[in-house]
Design a protein around this ligand. Structure first.
Ligand SMILES: [Zn+2]
Length: 425
């Protein structure tokens, strides 16, 4: 009897623990003003210490390093600050460091008041290939005890780095700045059914680029966007694999592209990404709060494009997806009671994804509060009737699992949409 009681208690504890381990999602989004505000851009240059032969630099697109103090010959403290406040806890950092001769240095990462360290350091020698810092060379101070959110983060961290004449790159996530994104878009545009074009300019004049895939005369359209928030690289990587699967040479993808036109804006916020911003555009605004007001050029360009395509083709957007990153994998969907142009597409799709990945139980948070539209998902659904969701990927989700979810997700979506489009008037 006693033994059963102990077992039941253990099960109860395990259950509580299990709940704490599942991400509960963000609180509901509130509408906020989206008129432009000033942002502070970082000073760009080299922080050089000739006596030790050590130089740090933020002279590249996507860098974030705002200040630096030398503590002693081998210890340096870096300060990372945001473009403006208030702002989410998504403190992006990226810098280069090199030394005249090989040596070991300790580098502290510190943040402005009320912020903490979030992104586990990644290292590279070419800015393209990245590996996580060895955990034995990483120390966290003042770590919170929560499973998710700012309460789970340390206040600052120390990294032990080997530096030398070969430049070392250190960043919060893989560096996917506008040059890298454009190179990917150029390479996928080599396929004869993919076209790269420009639908507008960012506030700083960078191109807002679009991929058009498949039959662009089709009245059946889908919209894909990512990277409204600069540090959300895992969402971007997932979008990339998703789009590559839709553009692949499988029978299914070929069939899908005959029936549907696929439109993709992979980099919604190129200014924010290249300036190393934590969240906003150069108007100082969270772009994913501007889908009712359309005060910013980046959101307006997508609105004008989508509404222009509907007018031109007299067709419909059936599906809209916006890729992001957060504390853990989660899907923010539209309440399945609400029906758009292809009712229950998203719930059927997520069931399909669950079936295709063994042992996978998608974390789904539906929402029925869609007006004012404020976020992209609500605009896709309310204005266009597109079945829509926010596809959120964890900061630390293994990169091969991101890819698997994207590939199997794209396959399931193509199958379901091809089946459902037959019944459409
Ligand atoms: Zn986001």
């Amino acid at each position: 009897m006693k033994r059963i009681f102990v077992l039941l208690s253990l099960l109860a504890i395990a259950n509580l623990f299990g709940q704490e381990q599942r991400f509960q999602g963000q609180p509901p989004v509130n509408a906020v003003p989206t008129d432009s505000k000033p942002v502070q851009k970082q000073w760009k240059g080299q922080f050089a210490f000739p006596d030790q032969g050590i130089t740090f630099s933020n002279e590249f697109d996507g860098a974030r390093l705002n200040g630096l103090v030398q503590n002693n010959d081998s210890t340096y403290t870096l300060l990372i600050t945001s473009e403006n406040t208030p702002i989410n806890t998504s403190p992006w950092y990226a810098f280069k460091v090199w030394g005249k001769r090989p040596m070991t240095i300790d580098v502290w990462l510190t943040y402005q008041a009320n912020n903490k360290h979030r992104y586990y350091p990644k290292l590279s020698h070419d800015g393209v290939h990245w590996t996580a810092l060895d955990s034995l060379r990483y120390e966290e101070i003042g770590k919170g005890d929560r499973a998710f959110g700012p309460g789970s983060l340390p206040e600052k961290v120390k990294m032990r780095l080997e530096v030398g004449p070969d430049t070392l790159w250190v960043a919060g996530q893989e560096l996917e700045n506008s040059a890298r994104v454009n190179a990917w878009m150029d390479s996928i545009s080599q396929k004869k059914f993919v076209t790269k074009s420009t639908i507008g300019k960012s506030r700083e004049g960078r191109n807002l680029n679009l991929l058009s895939i498949g039959d662009t005369d089709s009245k059946n359209m889908i919209m894909i966007i990512s990277r409204q928030h600069p540090p959300e690289v895992t969402g971007y990587l997932t979008m990339k694999s998703f789009v590559e699967t839709l553009s692949s040479d499988t029978k299914l993808a070929k069939k899908f592209r005959k029936e549907f036109a696929i439109y993709v804006v992979p980099l919604m916020n190129p200014d924010g990404v290249d300036n190393g911003f934590w969240r906003h555009n150069t108007g100082g605004i969270d772009l994913n709060r501007d889908w009712a007001n359309f005060n910013q050029p980046e959101t307006s360009a997508v609105k004008d494009f989508m509404e222009g395509m509907v007018e031109k083709t007299q067709g419909k957007f059936y599906f809209g997806i916006d890729f992001h990153s957060t504390w853990d994998d989660i899907y923010y969907t539209v309440d399945p009671e609400l029906h758009g142009n292809m009712p229950n597409l998203v719930s059927t799709w997520l069931d399909g994804l669950k079936e295709r990945i063994e042992g996978y139980d998608p974390n789904i948070k539906p929402n029925g509060d869609l007006v004012p539209t404020t976020v992209s998902r609500n605009y896709f659904f309310v204005k266009h009737g597109a079945e829509a969701l926010v596809f959120e990927v964890g900061d630390n989700t293994p990169r091969d699992f991101l890819k698997e979810k994207a590939e199997k997700g794209a396959e399931a979506l193509m199958e379901i949409m091809l089946e459902r489009i037959k019944d459409m008037p």
